[in-house]
Design a protein around this ligand. Structure first.
Ligand code: NAD
Ligand code: UGA
Length: 434
């Protein structure tokens, strides 16, 4: 059993803290957002993440998991301080490290016992050294016994607990191997491969992994667009490619492209790092451009099919950037809505979990109480996020409700033959032979 403090109680911090508590440690999760901490103390989750509420409740009840807004309280007995604050995109595409800096400064100001500081946030290569420098300089004549370890997180929203508890690997980077080994012990019971390397390499493994996954998606989207023109079906192409063990099937789903709080900002930040250090990230630039184009292409198809978009009523199913999360950061659906409204379309939408947050940040998007209301009087219906509840809709009811039975399946989740047989005009992504 170890004493842990997790700084930042968002998707990563809350899941990390909760899972470490579940593994038997004493954990305090800290956030500067008072409302967030007050809610979570009452058992109300600040994010939608399947299964999280129950594991939080179990560990709070067992006396292993605590929440606070006080750095003093959080760091008092901490042997390990995990930094899991946000690292959003700055104005130039670089990672904005102001929250990481604030966390490092707080550690320097408060802690007076040996501590291992662990960067779990996704941070540019060199940030571990920078955090060490901040702490060392700030302590000045009162040296602190500390080490910095990079421990990038690979969980996905929507399956975060399982991803944390059953990881493919744990990556640890440090200039102080014993410190990295101490962190490795926290993960020992997960029985997964643990790779210990230097700080900068660990930081790069995170960016390279996200960029590679984004590259696979942009690759299949480019193939999808070619399929569309040449009369092939990209879903079968992906299946055929994926059967090759060297390629694999994961992350080859063509669609509206990748969004979310990480791929967009991380690919951008990696490209920014590359340019800053004099290399030309041509592949990364293309990966980002193909992704932007996926949304524009969908709008272009709609415009062509409906003979212009002005005053056309378009229903959008799904607003979160992927199913099983309420996260709308860089959600493809929102970009498509923006492009459609720019051309005069009247858009309405529904999402199973993200409507509260959409209403807060995009109050002008009309929201419906179910998919059938979205279809009412619509000239076209777009499937933007493949939530399970959209897979088996009452399509007869949808057909009757729509002004024109036109469906754009932005995630290739619907049965094209079935919908066509019902009288819909069906369009998927990269399904030129259908
Ligand atoms: P988030 O925005 O959900 O949460 C960040 C939290 O940090 C917020 O609650 C914020 O109030 C808090 N915070 C900000 N400054 C603080 C400070 N000085 N002290 C204490 N708390 C502070 O972010 P997230 O999605 O959890 O991402 C966190 C980091 O993890 C990012 O670097 C991200 O790239 C990385 N990451 C995210 C995911 C994911 O699926 N979301 C997965 C892997 C890695
Ligand atoms: C992603 C990575 O998968 C995690 O390993 C990583 O920890 C995380 O980013 C992060 O660094 O934050 P996440 O963003 O939660 O996780 O979601 P993914 O399942 O990777 O999906 C990202 C986007 O790609 C979504 O918009 C999804 O719809 C899209 N996608 C995914 C596709 O378009 N096609 C696919 O085949 C897979």
């Amino acid at each position: 059993m170890s004493n842990l403090c997790v700084i930042g109680t968002g998707y990563v911090g809350l899941v990390t803290g909760t899972c470490f508590a579940d593994l038997g440690n004493q954990v305090i999760c800290l956030d500067i957002d008072e409302e967030r901490i007050s809610k979570v103390k009452q058992g109300i989750m600040p994010i939608y993440e399947p299964g999280l509420e129950q594991v939080v409740a179990q560990n709070v009840k067992a006396g292993r998991l605590f929440f606070t807004t006080s750095y003093e309280e959080a760091l008092k007995d901490a042997e390990f301080a995990f930094i899991a604050v946000g690292t959003p995109s700055g104005v130039d595409g670089e990672a904005d490290l102001q929250y990481v800096r604030a966390a490092a400064e707080a550690i320097a100001d408060i802690v007076d016992h040996p501590i291992v500081v662990i960067n779990k946030s996704t941070v540019p290569v060199g940030t571990g050294d920078w955090v060490a420098e901040i702490i060392t300089k700030r302590r000045n004549e009162r040296p602190l016994d500390f080490s910095v370890v990079s421990n990038p997180e690979f969980l996905r929203e929507g399956s975060a607990i399982n991803d944390f508890m059953v990881p493919d690997r744990v990556i640890l980077g440090s200039e102080n191997r014993p410190a990295a080994e101490k962190v490795a012990e926290l993960y020992q019971s997960l029985r997964c491969p643990i790779q210990i390397t230097d700080l900068r390499t660990a930081e790069m493994i995170k960016y390279a992994s996200n960029a590679f996954l984004a590259t696979r998606i942009s690759f299949i989207n480019e193939i999808a667009n070619i399929c569309e023109e040449l009369g092939a079906d990209v879903t079968e192409v992906a299946r055929g490619m994926g059967l090759d063990k060297r390629i694999g099937r994961a992350f080859l789903d063509a669609g509206l492209g990748w969004g979310g709080s990480c791929f967009p900002k991380d690919v951008k930040a990696l490209a920014h790092m590359a340019v800053l250090h004099g290399t030309q990230p041509q592949l990364l630039q293309a990966v980002m451009e193909i992704n932007r184009n996926q949304r524009r292409r969908m709008v272009m198809h709609l415009r062509k099919t409906l003979g212009g978009l002005n005053d056309k009523v378009i229903g959008v199913l799904g607003l979160s950037f992927k199913p099983n999360t309420d996260d709308i950061r860089d959600a493809p659906a929102l970009e498509v809505i923006h492009l459609l409204r720019n051309e005069g379309a009247v858009v309405k939408a529904y999402d199973p979990q993200a409507m509260e947050i959409v209403a807060k940040y995009y109050p002008t998007i009309p929201l419906c109480h179910d998919p059938y209301q979205v279809a009412e009087g619509a000239d076209a219906l777009i499937l933007a996020t493949e939530w399970n509840e959209f897979k088996q809709l009452d399509f007869k009811r949808i057909h009757q409700a729509m002004r024109q039975p036109v469906v754009f399946d932005g995630r290739n989740a619907w049965n094209a033959d079935h919908l066509r047989a019902m009288g819909f005009r069906y369009f998927g992504i990269g399904r030129g032979n259908l």
